[in-house]
Design a protein around this ligand. Structure first.
Ligand code: SF4
Length: 244
């Protein structure tokens, strides 16, 4: 039975309560997934430098970073939040005004909707790891520039290596296209499991909650993406090959 809070989360996602949830396996708790983060590796950046090997050196390096112009206008860097050994990792675009103020990704209205999306899946925010492709806010919330993404990418790659997720969800067009190095429209990136980077991290794509707030009719598609991700995760846990 759905409890009242779960119902509220599903309703926030625009999901009718008759949606069958017994057709897919529930995600395993991160600690039950037996994931061991990859061995530490230094990640080279564009100028030949390297990011720190572990979480705290990495966080310190990011907080002092001046590799691109965005450092001039930020209030603070927005590193990432959540379980550093999570099985699920959600990657968005860049901090907005509220994230820049609070130093945490996905806060404000869009963040609240992401939290509802996670809870509809059966997660608390702290069960997953959440980060952005950029750690500093682009002025006026403009799209990230390619050179900014390139300069910042090593940090995210290192975060992915340290977390060692079983599945990654790219949240929104900007994140998806930059991670997958493609200009294919988001609609055509949905519904399949991509391989991210040399390690082939399984990655699925869904809409950004800020877009869903503007286009609530698309929430059902986002819910379908999350169910698809949950099915892919369950198949991964069975040792199946899901990357297409
Ligand atoms: S966006 Fe990334 S590369 Fe640019 S200053 Fe911020 S942390 Fe450094």
């Amino acid at each position: 039975m759905l409890d009242s809070r779960r119902k509220a989360y599903l309703e926030a996602m625009g999901v009718d309560l008759y949606v069958r949830r017994d057709s897919v396996a529930a995600p395993a708790a991160p600690e039950a997934a037996g994931i061991t983060p990859a061995a530490p590796l230094a990640v080279p950046l564009a100028d030949g430098g390297e990011v720190g090997l572990h979480w705290e050196p990495l966080r310190s390096t990011v907080s002092a970073c001046t590799r691109c112009e965005l450092h001039r206008s930020r209030t603070q860097t927005v590193f990432g939040v959540g379980d550093r050994r999570a099985s699920w990792m959600f990657i968005g675009e860049a901090p907005g005004a509220e994230e820049d103020r609070q130093g945490e990704p996905f806060v404000g209205r869009a963040g609240q909707l992401l939290t509802s999306m996670l809870k509809a899946l059966g997660f608390r925010r702290e069960d997953v790891y959440i980060a952005n492709i950029l750690k500093c806010r682009p002025p006026g919330n403009r799209d990230p520039k390619p050179e900014e993404v390139a300069e910042c990418r090593g940090y995210l790659e290192r975060q992915i290596e340290l977390v060692g997720p079983r599945i990654i969800v790219a949240v929104g067009r900007i994140a998806a296209q930059n991670l997958l190095a493609t200009d294919t429209p988001l609609a055509r990136l949905r519904g399949r499991v991509h391989a991210l980077g040399a390690r082939g991290w399984p990655l699925i794509v869904t809409y950004h909650p800020a877009y869903l707030l503007r286009s609530p009719g698309e929430k059902r598609k986002a819910w379908a993406d999350l169910l698809f991700a949950r099915q892919a995760f369950a198949r991964l846990e069975q040792g199946e090959q899901v990357v297409q």
